[in-house]
Design a protein around this ligand. Sequence first.
Ligand SMILES: NC(=O)c1ccc[n+]([C@@H]2O[C@H](COP(=O)([O-])OP(=O)(O)OC[C@H]3O[C@@H](n4cnc5c(N)ncnc54)[C@H](OP(=O)(O)O)[C@@H]3O)[C@@H](O)[C@H]2O)c1
Length: 249
Amino acid sequence: MRHVIVTGGSRGLGAVMIEGLLADGYRVSTCSRKKTDNIARLEAHPEYGPYFFWQACEVGEADQVDAFVEAAVAWAGDDGLWGLVNNAGVAQAGILASFPNVESERIIKINLLGTIQMARAASKVMLAQKPSENQGGRIINISSIIGTRGYNGLSAYSASKAGVDGFSRALARELGRRQITVNSVAPGYVATEMSSTLSPSQLKQIVGRTPLGRLADEDDILNAVRFFLSDGARMITGQTLIIDGGIST
Ligand SMILES: NC(=O)c1ccc[n+]([C@@H]2O[C@H](COP(=O)([O-])OP(=O)(O)OC[C@H]3O[C@@H](n4cnc5c(N)ncnc54)[C@H](OP(=O)(O)O)[C@@H]3O)[C@@H](O)[C@H]2O)c1
């Protein structure tokens, strides 16, 4: 059974991803700072529970990241580690001139440093596996179209996601010879708690400018993650796949 770590599975995109991947037959580990009812439900789920692992972990704190990955891999036993989906992230809007430095530091620490720390811990495990045991591996980093397009009032967030895309490209070169692929998935606007700060008029404007005429939903992002985790994506690495209904074309 293939084991995949998805960070930030307690709600939003991560919650849909972990349940979708459990339904696909993956063994799934996740972390978040707080345990939600959804996590408790999956732990007690008759079908998914035995293949599901959650542990509290603050992404951005290297020691906690290492401890979480170690615990998840120990739990998975002989299944080792096939994939990592770096999904945990935070956003905070504000005009830079009055944006507190501490907020910029928090965003960069969680979104960018946290992604690097997780990929470091996971790639250590993947590289230690014999290629024949697991046939390489997959690292998928959730970035955002805001990393390439920018957005008024989201400069620190945009910088963190542009950093994630650059990180994916460089790490893809480093891990390619071991058949470990590294790609970014860059959603446009998805209706989750994170995008709930957008006003109805902002949302209307975004939908109006989107060729496909709607916001993405969580399943649209899950489907891209499914593909990158699959054997069918084995020759694709170092890419950023934009899922935005065409708004950034
Ligand atoms: N929603 C969108 O429109 C959109 C668009 C483009 C990209 N994205 C990206 O997609 C990813 C998921 O976004 P979302 O909309 O699902 O966000 P969300 O609903 O706010 O969920 C974020 C998840 O990350 C976890 N998390 C946050 N900080 C963490 C930390 N330091 N350590 C561990 N877990 C942490 C949260 O749990 P705790 O708070 O309990 O820790 C939660 O499970 C993010 O990387 C985001 O940047 C979202």
